[in-house]
Design a binder for this molecule. Structure first.
Ligand SMILES: [Mn+2]
Length: 379
């Protein structure tokens, strides 16, 4: 018995010693001070506090009136909450806040790339989040006019850099119709651009084929905006799709019209044959010598990697493939970009889609930082 007792005491002593963790001295509950003298830091490293901007970037009221002082910026993140131009599942109006939510672990201080060794947030460009364009959700025509006006205002301010005075915009969609407004404003600031269009669908459908048979109003939608951009003379005949795999509506007419709108295409399965570097080469060759607008429909990814989208098509690229392709485009003069068709309601608890979308936005920022672009001489 005494021996057993002794062992028991030893064991309990050892346990007690193991539990002895020294905490810093704290005052009693009554005097406990959260603010001021407690020594607890609540002013730095607070990435999860406050309102959610893209990558915890500073919010700037880019839509302020002429009489108000607005902080200058070189690259603006702008949300376009609009999803009434879709042909399948709605929900992309919540895309901007979904992408911001997916970006909340990204912060300027800890964004050094293991691939490039660079931190694009701490480079020459001042990058801000302008919040969302105020778009009516009841009238597409009015909403797109509001988006046109927002893009013109945000891109029309003088940039922070004196060397490159025209700021560039990365739009968070919104359904793909929103790219039409971005292309209009890009054309106004930078002239004709080639479009690199990452998507599983061609989106050059003739409004007579997709929606326009119902009304002129219905003909302006997320599957026709590139046709309309071509008709409006906004884009060059040196554009290219990447990741196409969705079926055509007409056996030959859609592809004929696609070529007429200025597009070539890299199909989704081409990557199996030519590899990532082959895809990069085709895209770069196609747009070489021109300014470039990059539009990323998140449905270019396989639904395994981006289930939260309106018109999912199986057999797409992985997130890693897309990111590698985007990084491979460094050096192009990217004057505008977007990530669209993110509909967070269809995402899963692991936030697969919004995490991917947030990373794609960061790749687009990287391309803009890597290659500053001179404004048109007439501007
Ligand atoms: Mn699309």
């Amino acid at each position: 018995m005494p021996i057993v007792n002794c062992v028991a005491i030893l064991v309990s002593c050892a346990l007690a010693a193991a539990r002895e963790i020294s905490f810093p001295p704290i005052s009693g509950f009554a005097e406990q001070a959260v603010f001021g003298q407690s020594g607890i830091d609540i002013t730095t490293g607070s990435a999860f506090a406050g309102l959610t901007t893209y990558a915890n970037l500073p919010y700037v009221h880019c839509l302020a009136g002429n009489d108000e002082e607005v902080e200058k910026y070189d690259i603006a993140i702008l949300g376009a909450p609009f999803d009434t131009g879709v042909t399948a599942r709605p929900g992309a109006r919540f895309g901007p806040r979904g992408i911001r939510q997916g970006s909340r672990r990204i912060s300027s201080e800890a964004a050094w790339s293991v691939y490039t060794g660079e931190n694009d947030f701490l480079d020459w460009a001042k990058i801000v989040d302008c919040g969302d364009a105020p778009l009516t959700f009841l009238d597409n025509t009015v909403a797109l006019k509001q988006l046109d006006a927002t893009h013109k205002l945000v891109s029309g301010r003088s940039a922070n850099s004196t060397e490159y005075p025209t700021p560039r915009i990365i739009t968070l969609g919104g359904d793909h119709t929103t790219t039409l407004s971005a292309l209009r404003s890009t054309h106004q600031r930078w002239g004709d651009v080639s479009v690199i269009h990452f998507d599983s669908h061609i989106d050059t459908w003739d409004p007579k084929v997709l929606g326009g048979g119902i009304s002129h109003y219905a003909g302006v939608n997320h599957g026709t905006f590139l046709h309309i951009a071509h008709e409006e003379g906004l884009i060059r005949n040196t554009s290219i799709h990447a990741g196409i795999r969705a079926p055509m509506v007409r056996p030959k007419g859609d592809l004929r019209n696609d070529i007429r709108c200025g597009f070539q295409m890299v199909k989704a399965r081409d990557i199996d044959r030519i590899g990532i570097s082959g895809v990069i080469n085709r895209l770069k060759e196609r747009v070489s010598g021109s300014k470039v607008y990059i539009s990323v429909d998140i449905d270019v990814l396989d639904p395994a990697f981006a289930p939260a989208t309106g018109t999912a098509e199986v057999g797409g690229w992985t997130t890693r493939e897309l990111l590698s392709i985007l990084d491979g485009l460094a050096g192009l003069e990217v004057v505008g970009a977007d990530v669209v068709e993110v509909a967070p309601i269809y995402d899963n608890p692991g936030e697969t889609t919004v995490l991917a979308a947030a990373e794609v936005v960061q790749s687009l920022i990287r391309l803009m930082v890597a290659q500053p672009v001179e404004a048109m001489s007439s501007e």
